[in-house]
Design a protein around this ligand. Structure first.
Ligand SMILES: Nc1ncnc2c1ncn2[C@@H]1O[C@H](COP(=O)(O)OP(=O)(O)O)[C@@H](O)[C@H]1O
Ligand SMILES: [Mg+2]
Length: 323
């Protein structure tokens, strides 16, 4: 009975969200403390409070094979917005379009149609030669495989985006000290990536992302290569910087990781079909809500939706990967 009720609710929301052009009016349920931090950051940057930081409107992505015969529709109609100061997780089975979406948001790839606006600026209107600078100035990236350069020390890896942006050395040091202390890497800054643990490499990567003071951190499976202790530490850190006002958008397979976010978007068949807000609830309550949503997916797959034949395995995989 409960499962049937949840399934009905689930697919009502699915249909509703897929039909909507945009659901930015859903707003975000950030805490008062967070709102204050966000507002002071917004004032610092001279922007209004009510404009969404990131708007994704009717984004579609079709990949065309070289000969042009085979087309893959990776994203069909993605709509969502992220308010300043939010911590949003995106979940979805393998092949559902998560990396494609993140690449478009990162301006590493272009949508076939639709718009991505960052502070109201349409990414597709940025001139090709300005894209690298735009990315460096506004976006921070954290990847599953860290992407640190092995020939540079952690410190030089962290400084790299600032060096490219021509930032003064004293300013680089001024920014690094408090961040390195918070991330517990102050003692290992002179080491090379291969000399430190996976968790330490990932924290250095987070430091590199934060040091540019980006508008938004884009993270693709940031805990994917970490053991559960290191993953827990990283998630604690993400929570902390978010409470200080940093906006985070994280793609993850892990229910545990997603339960740290304030909102989880579920993507399927190239469309955002469900979302869950944490509101004032605990990570544990959020964990249960996400698991319940995945169970409904599983129920639907078991009920014979043949298009979702491998969904059950996927959901089990998602559960197993939970750190
Ligand atoms: N460069 C590409 N060329 C053609 N098809 C692609 C390319 N990248 C991804 N796809 C296809 O697009 C769909 C979504 O892929 P992806 O965004 O990587 O999903 P996810 O990250 O959720 O696993 C898949 O069917 C995948 O095979
Ligand atoms: Mg992917």
């Amino acid at each position: 009975m409960l499962a049937r009720y949840m399934a009905a609710h689930f697919f009502f929301v699915y249909n509703h969200l897929c039909k909507r052009k945009s659901y930015s009016t859903y707003g975000s349920l950030v805490s008062k403390r967070q709102t204050a931090a966000v507002q002071s950051k917004a004032v610092k940057k001279g922007v209004g409070y009510n404009m969404a930081l990131l708007e994704v409107r009717n984004v579609k992505k079709v990949y065309t094979a070289k000969l042009g015969a085979v087309k893959v529709q990776a994203l069909s109609d993605v709509n969502f917005s992220v308010e300043e100061g939010e911590y949003v997780a995106i979940m979805g089975e393998s092949g559902s379009g998560k990396t494609t979406l993140l690449n478009i948001l990162a301006s590493l790839d272009k949508a076939t149609s639709g718009q991505v606006l960052l502070r109201g600026k349409d990414l597709s209107e940025i001139r090709h030669r300005d894209i690298c600078a735009f990315r460096r100035e506004h976006l921070g990236f954290v990847f599953q495989d860290f992407n640190l350069l092995d020939t540079l020390t952690l410190k030089d890896n962290i400084y790299l985006p600032l060096v490219l942006a021509g930032v003064d050395h004293r300013e680089m040091e001024r920014r690094l000290q408090p961040l390195a202390a918070k991330l517990s890497i102050a003692e290992i800054l002179e080491k090379y990536p291969y000399e430190v643990s996976g968790g330490q490499r990932q924290r250095a990567a987070v430091c590199r992302a934060l040091i540019t003071e980006p508008d938004i951190i884009l993270a693709d499976e940031p805990t994917g290569a970490l053991d559960s202790r290191a993953a827990g530490k990283l998630l604690g850190l993400f929570g902390e910087v978010n409470r200080e006002g940093q906006t985070i958008l994280m793609v993850t397979h892990s229910v545990q990781a997603a339960s740290h976010a304030g909102r989880v978007l579920f993507i399927k068949d190239g469309c955002v079909f469900h979302q869950i807000y944490k509101g004032g609830q605990s990570n544990e309550a959020m964990y249960r809500m996400i698991s319940d949503a995945l169970t409904v997916l599983q129920t639907e797959a078991a009920a014979g939706n043949t298009a979702d034949a491998d969904l059950q395995t996927t959901v089990q995989t998602i559960e197993r990967r939970a750190v």
